[in-house]
Design a protein around this ligand. Structure first.
Ligand code: UDP
Length: 238
């Protein structure tokens, strides 16, 4: 049965940890390839796909600063970690025959394109996957904020946040059997109840730009494509 979707352009946000598989650190190539396959299946539906990948599997600014490193320096290291993850994803997507660009918020022209909004839009129109790397390019931000910013700039219809669980719960479903999943939840409720979706600045930016966040599980194969077709369980933050 053919998959149908109402979405024309979306942004997929995943954490760096989503790429490390069962290892405690770094990149697990079969896992990177599995996620690339998920992206390909959505791309094959004709959807224009942006991606933002975190860096937590390699380096987190807050951890570095807790160990005595200067915060801004540690944050730049975190941003560089996201570039490595983006390059790994680019390689996996190209291996599957999907054209793709890594676009960095910090200039490093030998490694990735600089971020020029109109150029990125053009790539999307030409059906190239755009992986936005180096976060927002600013310390004190996160890749969740970068995802919201780029999705707004690229006029994406929604952010798809791939996680380990199939939506937003009132408490951690891994620790609590009686945790209840929301089908829909408002930005304000996420902020007021400190629900674990994205950090507060990312939620506020999404709210101000009316950008829905769809939280779903990336664990089941074919999950991204099903969610885009409106199947399966997920939470819409709007
Ligand atoms: N970071 C930053 N500015 C940004 C995005 C990221 O300084 O705009 C740094 C920050 O130190 C963060 C690290 O990059 O800890 C990795 O990103 P993040 O923690 O968002 O990755 P994730 O948790 O999604 O893997």
């Amino acid at each position: 049965e053919p998959h149908k979707t109402a979405f024309r352009r979306v942004l997929l946000k995943i954490s760096g940890e989503a790429l490390m598989g069962d290892q405690g650190y770094g990149l697990h190539p079969p896992t990177v390839e599995r996620i690339a396959q998920e992206v390909k299946s959505v791309h094959d539906m004709g959807v224009e796909v942006c991606m933002v990948i975190g860096g937590g599997n390699i380096f987190r600014g807050l951890q570095g600063s807790a160990q005595g490193m200067e915060r801004t320096t540690a944050d730049y290291m975190g941003m560089l970690a996201t570039v490595m993850n983006a390059l790994a994803m680019q390689s996996a997507l190209e291996g599957l025959g999907v054209f793709c660009r890594v676009i960095s918020a910090i200039r490093m022209d030998e490694v990735a394109e600089p971020y020029i909004r109109r150029r990125a839009v053009r790539h999307l129109e030409k059906k190239r996957v755009c992986i936005f790397a180096a976060g927002t390019g600013n310390p004190y931000f996160t890749t969740d904020t970068a995802a919201t910013l780029r999705a707004s700039e690229m006029a994406c219809e929604a952010i798809f946040k791939g996680t380990k669980v199939d939506g937003v719960y009132d408490k951690d479903p891994v620790k609590h059997d009686d945790a209840v999943r929301f089908d829909n939840v408002s930005y304000d409720e996420v902020l007021a109840k400190h629900l674990k979706v994205m950090d507060a600045s990312a939620i506020a930016l999404a709210r101000d730009n009316n950008l829905p966040i769809i939280v779903f599980s990336l664990d089941d194969p074919g999950g991204f494509q099903s969610i885009l077709s409106g199947k399966g369980t997920y939470t819409t933050v709007h």
